[in-house]
Structure formats: C-alpha cells, structure tokens
Design a protein around this ligand. Sequence first.
Ligand SMILES: O=c1cc[nH]c(=O)[nH]1
Length: 436
Amino acid sequence: MIPAIPDSGPFLLAGARLLAGHCPFRGEPVDRDGFVLVDLLIDGERFAAVAPAGTAAHPDVRRVDLAGRIALETFVDAHTHLDKAHIWRRTHNPTGDFWGALDAVTRDREAHWTAQDVAARMDFCLRTAYAHGSAAIRTHIDSVGPQTRISWPVLAEARERWKGRIALQAAPLFKIESALDAAHMGHVEAMLDAYGTGVLGAVTYMVPELGDGLAVLFALAERKGWDLDFHVDESADPEARSLRVIADMALARRFPGRILAGHCCSLSVQDEDEHKRAIEAAARANVSVVSLPMCNLFLQDRHAGRTPRWRGVTALHELSDAGVEVMIASDNVRDPFYAYGDLDMLEVWREGVRILHLDYPFARWAPVVREAPARAMGLALDGVRAGAPADLVLTDARDFTQLFARPHADRIVLRAGKRAPPPPDYAELEALGTVP
Ligand SMILES: O=c1cc[nH]c(=O)[nH]1
C-alpha cells in the first residue's frame, strides 16, 4: 500500500522511483527498467527540491518513505471523444462494429445532445481523467448539422473551468466530404474562431472528394495558422490509403502547422510497398500518429460468429522506427465506439503494452503517454524539478511488470502538491439523465 501523504506541505517523498528521462539530474544509477531513485521535497504547490535518494534529509519536514515505489509524471491524452462518452446505456452498439457505432451515435446525438447533456457528460469525463492523472486532453467534437453550434460553446466553457488543471484542446469531427459544403464550413470556422483551440480536422477515407476536401481544410488551416487532426483509415481495408494522401498534400503545400493522424488501422494490413511508401511519406511530412489500441481492438475485425484474428492497430513500431512521432490515447469511453474505458491513461498504457508490444524495453515507449502527445499538441510541460508544480502519479509498483500487472486503482494523484479527488460515482450519470 502506498503510505499516506500529508494534506499539506512541506513534506519529503523519500526514495521515489522516477524514470531517468524525467529526472532533472544525471549520474545516478539507472535500474534495469530505466528508473532512478530520488527524493522529492514538496512545499505548498511546488517541488522545493529534487535530489538523489538519501541526500535530501530535512529533519523538520515530514517524511514519507516511498521505498522505491514508482512515481510517474502526469499523462497527456491526445485523442478522446468527451462529447460522446457515457451514452452506452442510453444507446448501445447492437453489432459492436464501426458501422453500428456510427449509426448508434447519430441516433443518440440527434435525440439527446443538448448543451446540458453534453456539458454534464464532459465534466464527468474531465473529473475522471483528472483523478486518474491526466493533465492535458484533446477531444474531438462531432461537428455535424445543428450540433456544431451546441457543442463548441460547451467545450469552451469546460476549457475555461478546467484551466490550470487540465489543458483542454478540441478538433472538429465531420466526414471529409463535408469540407466541400460551404455552409457547413462556415459554421465550423465561426465556432473555431469563437471557441476553438486552433485545431481543425475531419474523418478521412477513400471517397472521390478526399483530395478536394483535404485541400479546403489545409487552405483554411494555413490561413488561420491552425493545426490539423484527422481520423485516418479506421478500417481493415488495405485500399484505405488516406494517410499517404494527407502526407503528400502536407509536403506539396509545405504545411507549416502540426498534423496528427489518428487510427491509421489499414496501414498494418497493406502490402509491403504501400506500407513503406505511406510510412516514408508520413515521416517526411512530419505527420504524427496516435494509435487507439483499446477502441481498435474492440471495433476492428468484428464479425458475428467469428473469432477476431487481428488486433486492429496501426504499424506503430515501423512508424516509430522511421522517425514518425507516435503515441497512444484513450479514444472513446462507454459509447457505441468503445463500450469500456475510463479516460485512464495508465490503463491505456497497460493495454498498449499488451496489444502493441510496447515493451522490450518498456522505457523506450514511455513517451507515448506524455512527451509525444504533448509535442503533437504543442504543449510545454512542467517536469519534475525544483520550482515546478508538484504533479505526480504515485503507484505501489516497483518495476514495469508490477506497473502493468495491476490496474493501480489505489494510485495517488498529486496535483500542485495536493491529493486529487477520486473519480466521480457512476450514480451521478443516473442523476444527470444519461441513463434511461
Ligand atoms: O467517435 C469516434 C468517431 C470515429 N472513430 C472513432 O473511433 N470514434
């Protein structure tokens, strides 16, 4: 059990196991998993000192002996859908596949997504993510028909309310064909101007309008100085090749912003030539890729009466080896696209390790839940160093297999030196009317 943490500082967390890459000093012994042992002095909201274990003796300060337990930095979740979350009991996915999800969400959105409904579910999500240790989140916002004008003000209000605790970004979500509809794009542009976070996006797949639709989005993003974030080739069809189309367009236009491509599932079922060409193009165009391992495992290769043979995830190792910035994220939570999940990046990491083999060595992949998504989102993170906010996720694990063997529901999330509240109770969802 993790020892009790004082309610107020100053206090010393002695003998914490911190990833060497997160440690502000060098020269201390690094263990087989890539951790160093450190002492962390916390005073008020900030770290007052970070020192090699055993060297920060403060006789007047309360000492908590972590005895080699792992202390992680907070997480960054670059791809979520806070506007859809927790609608499962109201509208489930009868087939469990992608098309069943799309149809169910459309029905639920048209019937229920008032500002109040979206705001309540979004706030539940943010409290959950905060409790699990996330400090930054990007959500996609379904921007279709009248929903566009309902959801964006809600997002802006949540963003303001969570400022300083969770950095919240958002990208609009609509089919790429809709980029050719001037009225639709007028609404999207107006909402992003008023309430957006400088990120434009859409869902891309192999429709005849793909090139023209992308050109509209690239041109708008260039004019506004926005980044781009796409849902790309979320499919088992090897002919789904929009990742390369996006990368080629970025190169041709010398796009100056950041581009994040989510899913890219079909990349891992393409023939060797196409697979290589797409990866090379993504690397040259500086397109980052976020894999959504839990949602892909749920939706992809699902056929009634047949056991799945494919994990559904993109070629993350090959992308990383080619120099593409790669990361993993939560994606959907208890909605028709994914029936489970809890905006818990430690769960995403644990499942990512298993589904995508993000181990051997574990530490090489640790940036996929923090540094890589932060770069893709353009965020500057405070690390563990004297003067920085005392933000940590304390666990009972002492090595990576202990970290990934258990869910660590007993973790202690420290934000600005104080223990974060636990995740909200599901009973709240009943009271919010999100459950029939
Ligand atoms: O919400 C969505 C939309 C598209 N694809 C997903 O995985 N989730």
